[in-house]
Write a protein that binds this ligand. Structure first.
Ligand code: ZN
Length: 412
């Protein structure tokens, strides 16, 4: 357990915050610091074909140690941390034998990690927690995943009596800004399937995520002196208002859960002459997703028809762009990859928590690039902020899940 703590701390104390405003890959130079360290460690532990490309994508191989044919599998994690909260000067604190009470992260600033607010803490009574000092994020997302994959590979190398097929390891930059899978060379990786080790609490196993699109609707208007505007003025802000009011009122993020999809209005700005409305569309079900996109067009058409004569042409334009898709359609035909992960957890006395992700994952993008890729827990909680923490026992379990999956895949 101490090894895993040391390894984890050596990773989270290297700042690897990504930057959505950068066009380079990796988006920040500092991600190289950890990337280069990982490459050295992979080589030192005896991994084969350790490569890092010009965009800092790392790949490595653990060769098969059995004579029969076994499918090549992969494990993937990202080494960047979110730009939402600072990841510089992380000072991890270790809470041994957690007593179920408030944890003072920072006495000076009165920052408390409390089970009154974060009830999940209580399931880790008696365990060892790693927290922040209240001034940064921790970076368990996803350096816990990196730690677990590294530890599992090291363990398999030191325990050749555990039989496994060829295993590929992939570490990526820039996942937090949605680009982790963009330059991932699936062909070079050469695995039949893989798992991202990037979920949250122990037991999580995910293979369904949203279908996602973004819509931008632009409304035109006509500005006329308000005192003499009758029959002449067209206020584009009111058109936008009309558009929004025709969307289903209950299908918004704050009123939906589970498999319920939504429209989420996230930006509106305008004047009399022009108003732009931006929203995102999310749905697990492909047909419902298509219907939601069609509804945007239907409402736009209706407004266009109503104002065609007065305005002399289309008064609004809706542009809908797909963002990512539900990986379920790519995972279902090879469902044994989920079953193997589930079996591995059960054999380790972990209760699998299988639920749809209300978001996307890198695994979804990889799945559509030809590498089916469910997501497994890495153990952390409260990602992207100062209350982030990870129970060491969960990291140990995730490491064991990786080893067990390798073992089960090689069984005849
Ligand atoms: Zn992550």
């Amino acid at each position: 357990m101490q090894d895993i703590i040391n390894r984890f701390i050596s990773y989270v104390t290297i700042d690897t915050e990504s930057d959505p405003n950068s066009n380079t890959t990796p988006s920040t130079e500092k991600q190289w610091d950890l990337a280069n360290k990982l490459v050295e460690e992979l080589k030192a532990m005896g991994m084969q074909d350790v490569t890092i490309d010009e965009n800092a994508y790392i790949m490595a191989t653990l060769p098969s140690n059995v004579a029969h044919d076994v499918p090549t599998i992969g494990f993937v994690a990202h080494f960047d941390t979110t730009p939402d909260f600072t990841g510089a000067n992380v000072k991890p604190q270790i809470v041994e034998n957690y007593d179920g009470r408030d944890i003072v992260l920072n006495a000076e600033q009165n920052i408390i990690l409390s089970p009154d607010y974060f009830e999940d803490l209580l399931q880790y009574k008696g365990q060892t927690l790693i927290t922040t000092d209240g001034t940064t994020l921790l970076g368990a997302d996803d350096k816990a995943g990196i730690t677990e994959i590294m530890t599992a590979m090291d363990y398999l190398i030191k325990h050749p009596e555990i039989k496994h097929g060829k295993i590929r390891v992939g570490f990526t930059p820039d996942e937090e800004i949605g680009r982790g899978a963009h330059k991932f060379d699936v062909e070079k990786f050469g695995a039949e399937w893989a798992y991202t080790m990037d979920g949250s609490q122990i037991g999580e196993l995910e293979y369904e995520n949203f279908n996602a699109a973004g819509a931008k609707i632009t409304f035109q208007g006509k500005s006329v002196h308000p005192g003499y505007a009758k029959g002449k003025m067209i206020n584009s802000m009111l058109l936008a208002n009309q558009f929004i009011s025709e969307l289903p009122i209950n299908e918004v993020p704050e009123r939906t859960t589970g498999y319920e999809g939504f429209f989420h209005l996230h930006d509106i700005h305008g004047s009399i002459e022009e108003t732009v409305v931006e929203l995102i569309i999310r749905d697990h079900n492909k047909d419902h997703f298509e219907a939601r996109k069609a509804l945007i067009q239907t409402i736009a058409d209706k407004i266009n028809t109503a104002y065609e004569k007065q305005f002399g042409g289309p008064i609004c334009e809706a542009i809908v762009k797909d963002q990512y898709f539900n990986m379920r359609e790519k995972v279902e035909p090879v469902f044994h990859i989920v079953e193997i992960a589930e079996k591995a957890m059960k054999e380790l006395n972990i209760t699998p928590i299988i639920k749809p992700i209300r978001g996307g994952t890198d695994g979804a993008q990889l799945s559509f690039k030809g590498l089916p890729c469910p997501n497994i827990f890495a153990g952390g909680h409260n990602f992207h902020g100062k209350y982030e923490y990870v129970p060491v026992e969960s990291m140990v379990k995730a490491t064991e899940v990786i080893v067990k999956i390798a073992e089960l895949t090689a069984q005849k």
